[in-house]
Unconditional design. Structure first.
Length: 100
């Protein structure tokens, strides 16, 4: 039984209720989508959650690179093929606006 079994998610795998998030849920989602979590990846996730608490929306990649201090190249290495969506998903946030 996975920690995700009792968590409500939409058809794309985003949490329906951000309050259901915790680090165990984040790790399970990361494994599910093939993202390896390390210290830098956690820094990005913590930044995304902090920005969401302040603004009510997941941060854009530009916000993460400018305010979070993580180079775009690093984001694509940590979260390949669509970092904004993967960051939001692992952080337990809704799908970012502008994500296809």
């Amino acid at each position: 039984m996975s920690v995700l079994d009792n968590i409500e998610r939409d058809a794309e795998g985003y949490l329906k209720t951000p309050i259901d998030w915790n680090k165990e849920v984040a790790l399970a989602i990361a494994v599910e989508i093939g993202v390896e979590m390390n210290d830098l990846a956690w820094k990005v996730i913590d930044f995304a959650r902090s920005e969401f608490e302040k603004n009510g929306e997941p941060p854009t990649l530009r916000q993460i690179t400018k305010s979070g201090g993580i180079p775009t190249k690093d984001l694509y290495e940590l979260f390949p093929k669509g970092p904004a969506g993967k960051i939001a998903k692992i952080a337990g946030l809704g799908k970012p606006t502008g994500c296809i």
